[in-house]
Write a protein that binds this ligand. Structure first.
Ligand SMILES: *Cc1c(COP(=O)(O)O)cnc(C)c1O
Length: 457
């Protein structure tokens, strides 16, 4: 490596450290406007080259005010999570190696790490060790992947080869979701050519859980034929879990495929005090989850798990169905929609290895306790908590819709912390998602103080 390259990397490390060191003090929200950012970074692309050190310094400068401190300890919007130190360091190495996580021959390390990490995750999640898995960009693509396997299997049973013949002329697939299904399920169904208009929506209860009795009624009344049921572990508003055991039982009896969206909820399995929420989870046919949310690895990283390895490979492997599912070495692209891609399994390995089982249980459990702390302190401060706080989600109303909106805006402007807005069963509310390794009790208390200040103003 020549001296200039060496110095460039040292500078980049310095910029990164400076960004990290000030994160807890900077306002959580961005402080530069889009116009300011365009001024710093835009204009026509120049003809001449620019010294990489200046390029990097320009980016670092823009990032100080142009980024949101969502990896800091007091960002509670959207269930984003931060990034663990070991995961960030691994991310730097991954970019340095620039491996293509496509086939074994392009990176034995990546193939083996994905195999190890996937097995660890199956064990943590309490899923069958024989399940297949793929590392994708996020939970939406994980649902796409799981549902592609589902589409293969339910149509195959009906005598249709969807990979060869597509959906024109295929037996119709009935898809069943709850009224609280995440919109990414609908996106996945659109991409799979199934569409959304015919999807059957099962009513939910006051916490947003699918009503298993209503599902049972529906499945009992329907005629045989291809059917996929999508359940949810972790409602984005309340954190509630669909009753998976009852849903799985009914789905199996109906000969349907059960897919579960557990973007952040699957991680409850890692914390002994929350694992009961996932009872029955091992009966599902496919799972979608995120690592970039609650596992706190950098974007972008999600996982699909599929019980039927043949169905996943039939849907995803380029070399198609006639390949044995157990090739000697794992070709990562046999399990994902992408061919060439980033070696994102490496960060997951690093996160898990640095935490250990105990550290992971502690991180998940701690965030749940912090969510309760938010709820108790805000309730004591006169705010209304709209959900049963079973996981890491808290819904807060500060009065009517107008007042609640005003208070949320004031909290965001203040910059001590950040939480977003939602509407839950007709009530406008602030949504607090606690999902960062970096959040401490003191951060919760500091944030509660800022929230109550805004509520009283
Ligand atoms: C975040 C989320 C998704 C989508 O995940 P991405 O990683 O953004 O694709 C899906 N379902 C639930 C419940 C989520 O919280």
């Amino acid at each position: 490596m020549d001296e200039k390259f060496h110095s460039l990397l040292e500078r980049a490390e310095g910029h990164a450290s400076a960004w990290i060191e000030t994160i807890a003090e900077r306002p959580v929200r961005a402080t530069r406007s889009s116009d300011e950012l365009r001024q710093l970074l835009g204009g026509p692309l120049a003809q001449q080259a620019l010294d990489p050190e200046i390029v990097t310094a320009t980016l670092a400068n823009a990032a100080l005010g142009g980024t949101v401190a969502s990896t800091g300890p007091r960002f509670f919007g959207f269930v984003v999570g931060g990034r663990l130190p070991a995961a960030l360091a691994a991310d730097w190495l991954v970019s340095t190696w620039d491996q293509n996580a496509c086939v074994y021959a392009q990176s034995p390390l990546v193939s083996v790490i994905e195999q190890i990490t996937g097995s660890w995750l199956l064990e943590i999640a309490g899923l069958s060790p024989g399940m297949s898995f793929g590392f994708v960009t996020g939970c939406q693509m994980a649902s796409f992947t799981g549902l592609a396997a589902a589409r293969h299997r339910v149509l195959r049973r009906a005598g249709w080869d969807v990979e060869a013949n597509g959906l024109c002329g295929a037996p119709p697939i009935e898809v069943v979701v709850s009224e609280e299904a995440h919109y990414t399920i609908f996106m996945a169904l659109r991409l799979l050519g199934i569409g959304t208009a015919q999807v059957r929506r099962i009513p939910t209860d006051d916490q947003g859980r699918m009503r298993a009795d209503e599902l049972g009624k529906f499945l009992h009344a329907r005629k045989n034929g291809p059917c996929i049921v999508c359940a949810q572990a972790g409602n984005v508003n309340t954190g509630a879990f669909d009753p998976l055991a009852a849903i799985a039982e009914q789905t199996r009896a109906a000969g349907a495929w059960l897919h579960v969206d557990g973007a952040f909820g699957l991680w409850a399995a890692a914390a002994p005090a929350r694992a009961h929420l996932l009872a029955g989870s091992e009966l599902a046919d496919s799972w979608a989850t995120d690592a970039h949310k609650w596992l706190n690895v950098p974007y972008d990283c999600g996982l699909a798990f599929v019980r039927d390895p043949h169905a996943l490979q039939a849907a995803m492997a380029i070399t198609a169905e006639y390949l044995p599912t157990q090739t000697e070495q794992r070709n990562p692209s046999d399990f994902t929609p992408e061919l060439s891609r980033r070696a994102r399994g490496v960060e997951v390995w690093a996160a898990l290895r640095s935490l250990g089982r105990a550290g992971l249980a502690d991180m998940i459990g701690r965030n749940c306790v912090q969510a309760r702390r938010f709820a108790e302190k805000l309730r004591a401060g006169g705010c209304e908590i709209l959900n049963d706080v079973v996981l890491n989600q808290v819904l807060v109303a500060f009065g009517d819709a107008e007042k609640t909106k005003r208070v949320i805006q004031a909290i965001q402007d203040d910059g001590t912390c950040w939480a977003g807005i939602t509407v839950w069963q007709g009530r406008t509310a602030m949504r607090i998602s606690v999902s960062s390794w970096a959040t401490t009790e003191a951060d919760v208390d500091q944030s509660v103080a800022a929230m109550l200040r805004a509520a009283r103003a």
